[in-house]
Structures are given as C-alpha cells and as structure tokens.
Design a protein around this ligand. Structure first.
Ligand SMILES: [Zn+2]
Length: 259
C-alpha cells in the first residue's frame, strides 16, 4: 500500500522533538511523500530545513495562509514571492479565504488570494486552497482569474453537495479529504457518496490539526492517514488497496513534483 499525505505541517514546532521518528514511522507505513504548504514568513525557514533534509520525501509549497493576512500583508507577500525564484516548489499554498476567525481583513484576503492564484499560473504550479466560511468568495476570485488556467485541491473539504458540484464544474480541482470525514457528526461521507467519485479525491492529514477518529484530542501525524483512507474505502465500498491505488493516481496528476 502506498499513500501520499497531500497536506501537512510537519515543520511546525509541535514536531520539534520527534520529527525524524515520525518520518521513519510514516515511511514504514507506506506513506511515500509528504506535501508541505507554508503558512507565512515565520514558517519559511523551518519548512525549507525539513525539505532540505528529506528532498525525496518532503515537498514544499509556498504561499501566505489567509489567517496570516494582516496589515503588513504586502511585505509578507513580497517576501514569499521572492522565494519562488530561489528553489523548486510543489505548489502554491496554503492560500484562500477564512472568514471564520476574523473578517477584519476580508478585502486584503481577497486580493492576496487573487495574487497568489496568479503566481500559480505564472509558475505552472497547482494550488492548495483553504476555505472556511467562504465558498462564495473563493469561487468569485477563481472565476475572476479563470478556472481553466488553474489546477489544485480544495484542502480540508467539508462543504455541502452544492459546494462540491461547483468545485467539479471548475474541472481541474480535487477534494482534499482529512480527519473530518471520520467525525461522527460529519455530513461529509454522505456529500461525497452523492456527488464525488473516488477519481476526484486526494487525502491529507493537515497535521498537527484535525486528527481522525480514534485519535481526536491528540496531535495529528502522517501515519493517521491510514484511518482516513480506511474511511474512504467504507464510503465507496472499496478495499484499502484500491483506495490507495486510485488516490495515488489522483495525487500525482495534481502534484507532478512528486513524480
Ligand atoms: Zn493546513
């Protein structure tokens, strides 16, 4: 079995004490690559350090997270953009709009998201999109830039069937499914079953956040990807091996840096 964690933050300080051990556990489980989206200027060095240490295993993305968009957003953007010419990235991320925590910088979030979508076009890179309480806004910006020029993943997808249909209509986007799909009160299994096929999915942990059942309350880590893959198998009535094979194909189609 081979799995790819398409979105995790293993460079975060939560992993400072046992990062190497977690990577070796994750290799032993059959996880063949970790894709690591950036947060902001403060996370760049630890992201690069990890990817330099494991160049065939840890693949960085570059971008400014929507919850890090504040009054100094222009300086942040310029710094992160300057990184793009310095090394190879597997994607632009994580980017998007988050209106759950704070709406103060909505205008700035919209323009930062739009600019980073344009980076992805200029550098021919896929995007990892974070959407929280903001599907209409995210769709508006994507349509303004041109969905046919973009490809990527709606990371941590937990929207409605209507949201799912709008994503499918964009043509070049997959759904990033994480621990949320295992939560008892989640509608996500039903939404997926009704609207989305196995060919539209990739999986991710978003570690250290959102651990799947039965690890809720703990620090999330890449090996928990297995619980997510098992749940996908239940939803689509597929064996774990079939899920892993299909999802590996989908992941490689979007993130060609791992090929
Ligand atoms: Zn994330």
């Amino acid at each position: 079995m081979r799995l790819i964690d398409t979105h995790c933050h293993l460079y975060a300080e939560e992993f400072d004490l046992d990062r190497d051990e977690l990577i070796s556990n994750s290799r032993n489980l059959g996880i063949i690559a970790l894709l690591l989206p950036n947060i902001d200027r403060a996370s760049v060095n630890s992201l690069h350090e990890l990817c330099d240490k494991y160049p065939d295993y840890c693949f960085p993305m570059m971008g400014l997270h929507p919850t890090s968009v504040g009054s100094d957003y222009i300086a942040e953007l310029r710094y992160l953009e300057s990184q793009l010419s310095k090394r190879k990235y597997s994607g632009i991320g994580e980017i998007g709009i988050d209106l759950y925590w704070d709406k103060t910088f909505l205008k700035e979030q919209l323009s930062v998201f739009e600019e980073q979508l344009k980076w992805s076009i200029d550098h021919s890179l896929p995007v990892s999109i974070h959407t929280r309480n903001a599907f209409p806004e995210v769709f508006d910006v994507i349509h303004k830039v041109g969905p046919e020029k973009l490809k990527g993943v709606f990371h941590s997808f937990s929207g409605t069937a209507e949201d799912a249909k709008e994503i499918l209509a964009l043509r070049n986007f997959k759904f990033g499914i994480n621990g949320i799909v295992t939560y008892k009160n989640s509608d996500l299994p039903e939404v997926l079953k009704q609207t989305v096929t196995i060919h539209d999915l990739v999986i991710e942990t978003d570690a250290p956040y959102l651990p799947p059942v039965p690890f809720r309350g703990k620090r999330n880590q890449p090996v928990y990807l297995r619980e997510i893959a098992c749940k996908i198998g239940e939803i689509y009535n597929l064996s774990l091996e079939d899920v892993a094979r299909e999802i590996e194909i989908n992941s490689r189609k979007i993130y060609s840096a791992i090929n």
